[in-house]
Design a binder for this molecule. Structure first.
Ligand SMILES: Cc1cc2nc3c(=O)[nH]c(=O)nc-3n(C[C@H](O)[C@H](O)[C@H](O)COP(=O)(O)OP(=O)(O)OC[C@H]3O[C@@H](n4cnc5c(N)ncnc54)[C@H](O)[C@@H]3O)c2cc1C
Length: 302
């Protein structure tokens, strides 16, 4: 059990189903769940209490890149909804800082409105800055690594640290943070180095990206791309070539629009979703000899 100081103790939820906090609308109950939306202090107090008391803790933003087990999570899930975006003059130019719980799309739009370019790719990528920092989210030929200047990370053992973008050792949808099995860190703040441009020009690029996604990606409950694209190829193309476009298990379907998106069409279970992932991976391996690597993360017991 977790002991929190007032007023946080009264906001702790017990046996809270996680499906409503994830983009795929899947996942069983967390033993404890806390939604931090007031301040960074609140977020830090709650997560630090779990670390100090030896309670397993996992921070989620939009739950847009995680498949949560039907058995849920033993310990504390903290939903980071602390969203603050600050514009200012740093490092010799106009720039922006955003807390880990700020929405990526909100940040992209606010930057565009102020004539700051570089985050157009993020205009329709769901989730928070925290998740995007961990995963090196990206689209349309760009990613976090392209404009992220530095991040403030709270480490359970080392305390607060200012990490430069290079310290995150970014690769395609990966970082040193994503590879940490212990998960005892918290992304608190990210600052970006953006370019100045005309808002109309930035909006035009964003609109083009949004229209492209509408044409090529399905609506509905999903986790975006399930697998990373292997070097020189596309996971979606390989899945389609293996004859699995439209294939379904229960209420989970390989999207007929984009085969690397698996859509929860109704009352799917996480277990069906994961079975589909494994079957697709195996079928692609049998068909083309390529071992697809997961882009999404598995949370809970599998
Ligand atoms: C329809 C759809 C389209 C998508 N398109 C794209 C795309 O084009 N490009 C792309 O890169 N991704 C895409 N994604 C995946 C997803 O949007 C990104 O990975 C996003 O960055 C995830 O952010 P999140 O806040 O939802 O992270 P979550 O899924 O909540 O968490 C992801 C990981 O980050 C950790 N984490 C989150 N916040 C913090 C924090 N503050 N401190 C410490 N750890 C934290 C979590 O513990 C977890 O390990 C798509 C998803 C969907 C559903």
């Amino acid at each position: 059990m977790l002991s929190l100081p007032p007023p946080y103790a009264s906001r702790l939820l017990h046996d809270e189903p996680l499906a409503r906090y994830t983009a795929a609308r899947l996942g069983g109950p967390a033993d404890m769940l806390y939604v931090a939306r007031e301040s960074t202090d609140e977020l830090v107090e709650v997560v630090s209490a779990a670390w100090a008391q030896g309670v397993p803790a996992r921070v989620l933003g939009g739950g847009a890149n995680v498949l949560v087990s039907d058995n849920g999570f033993r310990g504390l899930i903290v939903i980071n909804d602390v969203a603050e975006i600050t514009f200012g003059n740093w490092h010799g130019g106009r720039n922006v800082a955003a807390t880990g719980g700020a929405g990526l799309t909100v940040l992209a739009r606010k930057c565009a409105a102020r004539g700051l370019a570089g985050l157009e790719w993020a205009a329709s990528v769901p989730g928070t800055i925290g998740g995007a920092v961990v995963n090196n989210a990206g689209a349309h030929g760009s990613d976090m690594a392209a404009t992220l200047r530095d991040v403030v990370v709270l480490d359970a053992e080392r305390g607060p640290e200012l990490l430069a973008c290079a310290d995150l050792v970014y690769g395609y949808r990966t970082s040193v943070l994503k590879q940490r099995a212990d998960r005892r860190f918290l992304v608190l703040l990210a600052t970006f180095a953006l370019e100045v441009d005309e808002p109309e020009a930035i909006h035009a690029r964003m609109d083009e990206f949004i229209a492209y996604r509408k044409r090529t990606q399905p609506p509905g409950a999903s986790l975006g791309s399930i697998f990373k694209n292997p070097p020189g190829d596309y996971a979606g193309r390989l899945i389609e070539a293996a004859g699995l476009k439209g294939y379904r298990i229960g209420s989970v379907q390989v999207s007929p629009v984009h085969a690397n998106f698996f859509v929860n069409t109704g009352s799917a279970s996480a277990s069906d979703y994961y079975t589909l992932i494994r079957q697709v991976r195996e079928a692609v391996y049998q068909h083309s000899g390529v071992e697809l690597e997961l882009e999404i993360e598995l949370v809970g017991e599998w």
